[in-house]
Design a protein around this ligand. Sequence first.
Ligand code: ADP
Length: 266
Amino acid sequence: MKYKIKQGDKVDLNKWDPNEISEWSGDKKKAKEKLLELNKKLEQLQELLYAQHKHKILIILQAMDTGGKDGVVRAVFEGVNPSGVRVASFKVPTQDEIDHDYLWRIHKYTPGSGEIVIFNRSHYEDVLVVRVHQLVSKDVWEKRYEHINAFEKMLTDEGTLILKFFLHISNEEQKERLLERQTIPEKQWKFSNGDLNERKLWSEYQAAYEDALQKTSTDCSPWYVIPSNRNWYRNLMIATILVKALESLKMEYPKPIDGIEKIVIQ
Ligand code: ADP
């Protein structure tokens, strides 16, 4: 898959076009039909995952503000049984969380066997917002890439499949989306002045993302840079990658109890 960052690859986000749609030859309408098909497959794969109770699936979503993390959760998991999927959203840490190491609050939300967990933001904030706003010093955050790789390696060694998605939008697209939030009544609740302050730090964030993507994309826990200016394409790509990854696990239903066919139900 061309959007996957291979371990050791250098990442220059300017070279990744957030508008491109080259992995889909049909139109937007066809893409929506295809997404419905993938939703259905995902529903079946989730049931199998739950029944087999072996693998754990962790999906990490990171993006600039307005990048579409919530949209992915809604569209990609449409129709999937909510009991098998959990979303963990990581906001500004509480005092108790700040008083601990930065992975402390993360670890307890990782998936158990048979579960899919979606991280809406994640421990990567600790090398993104924390770095951009200098909430800790450089000698503290620069060690974190190594910790993160070790943490994720441990999770994969223990049976977790990790897929990390960076939803890549352009600076102009973010402006459009903020304008929509400012002017469309149903979207105004999402508008915050904080987002405007963060927007001023666009290039600092892009640099922090480039570093994070290139230092933490590993064979066992890869990053995908998803062109995300078009929501339908973003959803389609993520659903495609997810279905493929789950299919590659070659999951099977557990064997039924011995002699099940002879049991007479009175
Ligand atoms: P979202 O933008 O994800 O929909 P919010 O608008 O509530 O949700 O934003 C969550 C905020 O929490 C973001 O500004 C993000 O940078 C911040 N945040 C998340 N994790 C951390 C962290 N470890 N340290 C500081 N801020 C964080």
